[in-house]
Design a binder for this molecule. Structure first.
Ligand SMILES: [Zn+2]
Length: 274
């Protein structure tokens, strides 16, 4: 999927990120400065009026397939909930140079961060992988730390995809409709590491949201930032049910496999989980 002209302007794009950050905060998925958001734009964007300062940066991973595209990215240590009030203070605009090894980082005099998000390598690598696979000109990536999902990832029984998806997608009939590929699941890997980046890229090829063991989630969308956040919210609601059920001595039945298959058939959802 691609976005067609007329393209959203810079204010609309920063507002999308701001609203997404506010929602993540409302659902308890971004305490303090946790979480980060980036959006890849494959069309020319004039950002210098909002972000007049410019510096050359070395990108944490080479992204030749994104060359000449640009990104809006949250700053390291910034609170996602505050981006909506003051996008220029909390976001940077990166124009990727030819070759994809360096970029020009445009920022505002209001800037309240030194570096872009520490997970920038994973954001870039996922954008590149999806752009390569689909040719999209728009791609959003969101990292957040929803409490119930993250808590479950501390329990060994929830650290494989088969069990995780069977247990989570049974609590609401819409779950299989909203998350037909289920959740990806990768073990704990050091934040910001090349290992986390590689595992995330691989998992987000088959899923639109991946659980980072003992840490949080990363979600993607080629439609909007809110779609990526919606996916986090659906998965977190499922995890909340699961946590309630654990606390209640597992008295809940959940939908049966056959009930979930019936929902999938009725809604025309191709799924391989149940
Ligand atoms: Zn994190």
């Amino acid at each position: 999927m691609s976005i067609t002209a007329p393209y959203p302007d810079l204010d609309e794009l920063t507002a999308m990120i701001g609203e997404a950050g506010r929602r993540l905060s409302e659902i308890g998925a971004s305490e303090g400065a946790a979480g980060n958001i980036s959006v890849y734009l494959g069309w020319p964007v004039e950002a210098r009026r909002r972000f007049p300062s410019v510096e050359t940066i070395e990108l944490p991973v080479a992204v030749p397939e994104l060359a000449c595209g640009c990104l809006l990215v949250t700053g390291s240590g910034r609170r996602l909930r505050e981006a909506i009030q003051n996008p220029a203070a909390n976001l940077g605009f990166v124009s990727i140079d030819e070759g994809g090894r360096t970029g020009r980082l445009y920022t505002s005099p209001l800037r309240l961060f030194n570096r872009l998000t520490s997970e920038f390598n994973s954001h870039l690598a996922v954008h590149q992988d999806q752009v390569r696979a689909t040719g999209t000109n728009f791609h959003a990536v969101v990292h957040a730390q929803p409490v119930s999902l993250t808590y479950l990832s501390h329990i060994p029984a929830y650290r494989n995809e088969t069990d995780l998806n069977h247990r989570l997608l049974r609590w609401q009939p819409e779950a299989i409709v909203n998350l037909p590929e289920g959740l990806g699941c990768i073990p704990f890997l050091v934040p910001g590491s090349a290992e986390l980046m590689a595992a995330t890229v691989e998992s987000l090829r088959a899923h639109r949201i991946v659980v980072w063991g003992k840490h949080g989630v990363m979600a993607r969308s080629d439609q909007s930032v809110k779609r990526a956040v919606d996916r986090i919210e659906y998965a977190e609601a499922a995890a909340h049910y699961e946590c309630l059920n654990l606390l209640n001595g597992e008295k809940g039945e959940g939908l049966t496999d056959e009930e979930i298959r019936a929902v999938a058939r009725a809604f025309g959802i191709g799924q391989k989980i149940f």
